[in-house]
Write a protein that binds this ligand. Structure first.
Ligand code: ATP
Length: 274
């Protein structure tokens, strides 16, 4: 971010939480997201990441604390799961218009921005995990949101696809200057460009830059000995090339994975979550 530019705050959560009956789903969350900023929520299953994101977007109202949003804030959402009848034929073009009418030019522009314009007429069922995620990004970006919420953006994607998707998130942030709230359910990679990582465990366990969180005693306590290797930080360096669609040029073709901290990297169980 330009350090001299005034920060435009999009969303503020102050000591926010949700209680359902006697049960506290999440509590005491302080969080701000400004334009051009990337905030990533991490934490174990059931730790309150989705609940916190729902508080931020207004899907859920806080029963404790407060949540404020910039008036007229436009939010683009990339869901973790999409309910689609996978037995029916569906093109990318049609998927882009399922939840609203858009001019052909706007659809082209949104797909272009994610390197997926050539997929316009493709069947959604035949897309790779990475291509499918890109189309979902385009679908979320078509209304030119102030804030993009990405719920597990790299699911169903292999390692080089993951690198390319994180690169795309960085590009989107740089070109649109939208705020980005990411939820990382698998804890495996946090983008180095993340301005703030918030580690939840029913409350805010710890927060800070990715490398600060990785070293924090609370984080180590929560995730144990293997924590430091579990939180891999994806570093972006311009030492590799990208194909036109944003994919990283494979090893041996002017690309080197050496700059990515990836000691522990488990893709088991990643599939299309439909
Ligand atoms: N509508 C609801 N009513 C009651 N409890 C809920 C509701 N939604 C979520 N919960 C509970 O709130 C807690 C936090 O859930 P949440 O979905 O925010 O966790 P999460 O960190 O996103 O988990 P995961 O990584 O497994 O998706 C969980 O214990 C969950 O069972």
């Amino acid at each position: 971010m330009d350090a001299l530019a005034p920060k435009e705050t999009l969303i503020t959560l102050s000591n926010a939480g949700v209680q359902r009956g006697a049960r506290t789903l999440v509590s005491g969350v302080d969080l701000t997201i400004s334009r051009g900023e990337i905030v990533t929520l991490i934490g174990p299953n059931g730790s309150g990441k989705s609940t916190t994101a729902k508080l931020a977007t207004g899907v859920l109202r806080p029963t404790m604390g407060s949540v404020t949003r910039k008036p007229g804030l436009k939010i683009g959402y990339v869901p973790q799961k999409l309910t689609i009848d996978w037995t029916l034929p569906l093109t990318v073009e049609r998927l882009m218009t399922l939840t609203g009418r858009h001019a052909a030019g706007d659809i082209d522009e949104a797909l272009e921005a994610v390197g997926a314009r050539r997929l316009l007429k493709a069947a959604v069922q035949e897309l790779s995990g990475g291509e499918f995620q890109r189309v979902l990004f385009a679908r979320a970006m078509i209304r030119k949101p102030d804030l993009l919420v990405l719920d597990e953006p790299v699911q169903g994607v292999d390692f080089s696809g993951e690198v390319a998707l994180y690169e795309l998130v960085r590009q989107i942030r740089d070109t649109t200057r939208s705020g980005i709230l990411m939820i990382s359910h698998d804890l495996h990679v946090v983008m180095a460009e993340t301005d703030t990582v918030i580690c939840l465990n029913g409350h805010v366990c710890c927060r800070g830059t990715p490398s600060a969180v990785k070293r924090s005693p609370e984080y180590l306590k929560l995730f144990g000995e293997r924590a430091a290797s579990t939180l891999a930080i994806y570093q972006h360096h311009h030492d590799h090339e990208h194909q036109d669609d944003g994919c990283v040029v494979p090893d041996g073709h002017a690309h080197d994975h050496g700059d990515h901290e990836h000691d522990h990297h488990d893709h088991a169980g990643h599939g299309h979550a439909h």
